[in-house]
Design a protein around this ligand. Structure first.
Ligand SMILES: *Cc1c(COP(=O)(O)O)cnc(C)c1O
Length: 371
């Protein structure tokens, strides 16, 4: 038997990269921690699920259609997005989750020796895709929990191709207002592609929040990410998209693999988009109410909270986050440890239904031994 010559076959940047280990399926975790239910507060999922029309589409999907390839360019959903945002359908590219469109953009613009810039404590996939593709990821420290515009501009050089800004930021919830975003784009002046990841856009109610879609006509180097995984409750079907100017999206389209978005995801997302008003209002109300509850209860525990926009908040614990995770799991509550986000001793809590929030608070009282 011949062993593959991995030493020669594997690029150094892949050799040095540590694979992400996803958590086990819920039934396995429940066995492991000896619980008969589990509140998932680790992935910012929508506890209300998708909007009713999307639920109908999923329930009524005809099984024979599983044999047929999906629309290769996600035709009808792009039409609907164009109508919603007053843009051209060719200004959108849909992927297998927003995660996939991150890779489209990096592949389209980076070549050997290039770099990307983002923050050190943000959604990690920008950094990961760049690193395991052989490009340098320059990570600029957050300033007061927020993306540091000056710090990022100071890192730009001739080989910088893309700047990723997560707005609002996962996990800190901080965001740039319209003014700050436009000043930043002005300074970049088209020399880089600026990606603004708006995965949590639909949760934001503040009118000072910049809507990336509205900025695209003035800033053709701007690429906006959105997803159906968070507000729209379709994380399990994997569908997200990017939007940008026609010329930039034309380039990115060359690097995207058709058929990566399945038929059910396309149809559920289309229905979700067309039935989203009440769903968004209900979800926002839930997030508002449960965040108020958590602020009161966690404040009583004397814990420091970092909260902004989005369906999550962060809490600093007087103990290791991984230990707190295990203890909360034994009480049927799964949170996100933040050591991997470079926030040791912090956890991120996704906003869930009230009984989940009550179990979380009771669990924290218990592990912090307060009454
Ligand atoms: C969840 C998330 C995404 C990715 O969502 P997909 O499920 O891949 O569509 C992208 N960016 C941020 C900031 C997120 O939190």
């Amino acid at each position: 038997m011949y062993q593959p010559d991995l030493d020669r076959l594997v690029p150094d940047y892949v050799k040095g990269f540590e694979a992400y280990i996803p958590s086990k399926p819920d039934p396995e975790l429940m066995k492991l921690y000896g619980v008969d239910h589990l509140w998932r507060l680790n992935n910012n999922e929508n506890p209300l699920g998708p909007p009713p029309k999307a639920q109908e589409v999923i329930a009524n999907f005809p099984p024979p259609r599983a044999a047929i390839y999906p629309s290769g360019d996600v035709y009808y959903l792009r039409q609907a997005l164009a109508k919603r945002f007053g843009m051209h359908p060719d200004q959108f590219l849909v992927g297998n989750g927003a995660n996939e469109v991150i890779a489209f953009v990096i592949k389209a613009f980076c070549q050997e020796g290039d770099n990307i810039i983002t923050a050190d404590k943000t959604f990690a996939v920008y950094e990961w895709v760049a690193t395991f593709s052989g490009f340098e990821a320059r990570l600029v420290p957050l300033k007061d929990f927020a993306f540091d515009d000056q710090g990022m501009l100071a890192q730009v050089d001739e080989r910088t191709k893309i700047i990723f800004v997560c707005n609002p930021n996962n996990p800190t919830g901080t965001w740039w207002d319209r003014d700050k975003m436009e000043r930043f784009l002005e300074r970049v002046a088209g020399r880089q592609i600026v990606v603004v990841d708006e995965a949590y856009r639909e949760f934001v109610e503040d009118p000072a929040f910049p809507d990336g879609m509205e900025l695209i006509p003035r800033w053709p180097n701007l690429v906006v990410f959105r997803t159906f995984s968070k507000m729209y409750g379709l994380a399990g079907l994997r569908i997200g998209y990017l939007a940008g100017s026609l010329e930039v999206v034309d380039i990115i389209r060359r690097t995207c693999v058709v058929y990566s978005v399945n038929t059910l995801a396309q149809e559920a997302a289309l229905a979700a988009l067309q039935d989203d008003q009440e769903h968004i209002a209900r979800t926002r109300a839930l997030v508002r109410e449960e965040k108020a509850f958590l602020h009161e209860e966690l404040g009583r525990l004397g814990l420091t909270i970092q909260d902004g926009e989005g369906c999550f908040l962060m809490v600093r614990l007087p103990m290791s986050d991984t230990l707190a995770y295990r203890r909360l799991m034994r009480k049927g509550v799964m949170v996100r440890t933040m050591t991997g986000f470079r926030f040791p001793n912090w956890i991120r809590i996704s906003i869930g239904l009230h009984p989940a929030m009550e179990d979380l608070v009771a669990g924290l009282y218990d592990i912090l031994k307060k009454k």
